[in-house]
Design a protein around this ligand. Structure first.
Ligand code: MHO
Length: 159
């Protein structure tokens, strides 16, 4: 089992989207790569803690490769949009790929290079080793399963 952490705007939609993909066995939403310890949602939204709303994705690489998983990710984000996805604006809504396994880095770089060919504007998706990940509050976990019809910046209808 492998893990990758993806930030693609509001984590409710990212988690719901990712959890519907074959080969993805577990997801958790949380706050990644910020400066403070164990932030709350309010801290992240209002106190410039530097965290990104993110989704930790555990996947079975025999079923889905990282390359394919990233292809799915690119489909639902605008990687050229800085600190804004859908209706949400703020540093916590930046897009990012945070890796745990250094061997993933060349695959991520290659994927960005390929994706860049589709855009005139530069891709601003951040790529960093994961420095921290704090689980979000329980009500944010599987939010759209608990609240069908809740806010979602990703179009899930084509899935
Ligand atoms: N637009 C949504 C974003 C929620 S998300 C967990 C809201 O303001 O509730 O950032």
């Amino acid at each position: 089992m492998k893990e990758i952490i993806l930030a693609g705007g509001c984590f409710w939609g990212v988690e719901e989207y990712m959890s519907r993909i074959d080969g993805i066995v577990e997801t958790r939403v949380g706050y990644a790569n910020g400066m403070t310890h164990n932030p709350s949602y309010e801290d992240v939204c209002k106190r410039n803690t530097g965290h990104a709303e993110a989704c930790i994705v555990r996947y079975d690489e025999n079923i889905i490769s990282l390359e394919e998983l990233l292809n799915r990710f690119w489909k639902v984000i605008d990687p050229t949009s800085l600190n804004k996805q859908g209706g949400d604006v703020g540093h916590q809504y930046r897009t990012g790929i945070y890796y745990i396994d250094d061997a993933d880095l060349p695959i991520i770089k290659k994927s960005i290079e390929e994706e860049q060919k589709k855009y005139n504007k530069k891709i601003v998706t951040e790529v960093e080793p994961l420095s921290c990940f704090y689980d979000a509050e329980e009500y944010h976990q599987q939010y759209l399963k608990k609240n069908p019809g809740g806010y979602c910046h990703i179009d899930l209808s084509s899935m």
